[in-house]
Write a protein that binds this ligand. Sequence first.
Ligand code: AHR
Length: 516
Amino acid sequence: MDNVTVDLHRDQAIGETDPRLFGAFIEHLGRCVYGGIFEPGHPSADARGFRGDVLALVRELAPTIMRYPGGNFVSGYDWEDGVGPAASRPRRLDLAWMSTETNQFGTNEFIDWCRLAATEPMLAVNLGTRGADAARRLVEYCNHPGGTTLSDMRRAHGWEQPHGVRFWCLGNEMDGPWQMEAKTAQEYGRVATEAAKMMRWVDPSIELAACGSSGRNMPTFGAWEDTVLEHSFDHVEFISLHTYINNYAGDTAAFLASPDLMDTFIDEVVAIADAVAVRRGSGKRIMLSFDEWNVWYRTRRTAAARTKPGWPVAPGILEEIYNVEDALVFGGACISLLNHADRVRAGCLAQLVNVIAPIMTETGGPAWRQTIFHPFSHFSNFGRGRVLRTRIQSPTYAASYFDPRGAQDLRFALPEVPYLKIAAVHDEQAGVLTLFALNRNLTEEMTLAVNAGGYAGLSVERALQLHDADLAAVNTRVDPQRVRPAALAGVRTEGSRLEATLAPASWNVIRARVSR
Ligand code: AHR
């Protein structure tokens, strides 16, 4: 049994979570769009072809912002292909995923779908095969009210009112050699700056995110952010981060420790962005958009999992099946994001349906929740509010995380990993303090004692736990509820002190009503 103490105080906050922290991502990739959110003829589909069963699960998951249309796909995408009468839209080869893109779903359908899903659209522009001109034209098509050829084209297509898309990504992973028309930091910094200028001239209300490195383990990480921000600092509000956590090594303890590297990554990008600000004598602070994050490794490295031969439409690729162990690590990543609420102001779980996703479907069949659905829905539904600083006294362990990127095999030493990873969020409106607690000890229970300063009293409203003796357990079409949270019994409070016993290898969410 581990004894762990956490001290926090109502008046000591890291920051308020931005509503955009709880986003997700839809790419034209595999069955994310076709057979995922959009499947005309499906028994649950509406007249527009939007699957109702998927929409119901999305509403439960509650993502607040949705990135679209890629991902690697966007770097070869002509947005004009996806608007106008569906029957006359072109079929194209997609070189990102070696598929055929039918363009039956495009920007306008995406906006309609977002409205139904009660989520804000986030659009990425193609800075690979296209550039600043196509980007500013897309902003005009989407956001200009009317009276110009492009805005009137949108109206003629059936969308009289402007879409009012606020958040725009300036390309995707432009540092990656796998990207169509990948760029050096100098090249990308220039094009991103010119695109940003023109896009904002079209609509001054938009917010812009420049591409950061496509991973912390890229050889150009650091130098890339520095150069890109040297160019674009005055023209963007955000820089992006991407992380896919793996367990190639089959080392569960290191896997559970690895979200701590997200904390490090965030701290490093903040330091670089602020160093650029200091060099310029600027008080402006660039915010972070963690616009791709998840666990992903089983369907990542092999060609067979990434592409199917014959240029198929909507092939079943990147359909990672998530188990209990993945859900725990995923919960750890949620905690990392919460604990940087001051600077990470947008985030997108990659992705939403079928492709490395919390929701799985069968084309023509049912939809169900993967294991990672549960921690995300807790994060999104209960993570709104002021994130409080926590001081943890916990036994620790040492881990070494293996991260093979390209030809390089990297190892990251994590010498002192606290068994407990925790975030505490105070929702002032609801009068509730939520604790998100991950017990990373694989064999020992944990007695958690939280001293919540500044509160007269706590009373437990709800407590949940995701724990399973079988870390490899998964949800499937035939057993969709095999892994789901259960009530966490025995949470005790006395005044402003809370005590709970957390099972080994468990994700726990405790909601306590607070009084002053
Ligand atoms: O999310 C899957 C892919 O991962 C995205 O297309 C790309 O941006 C990243 O490499």
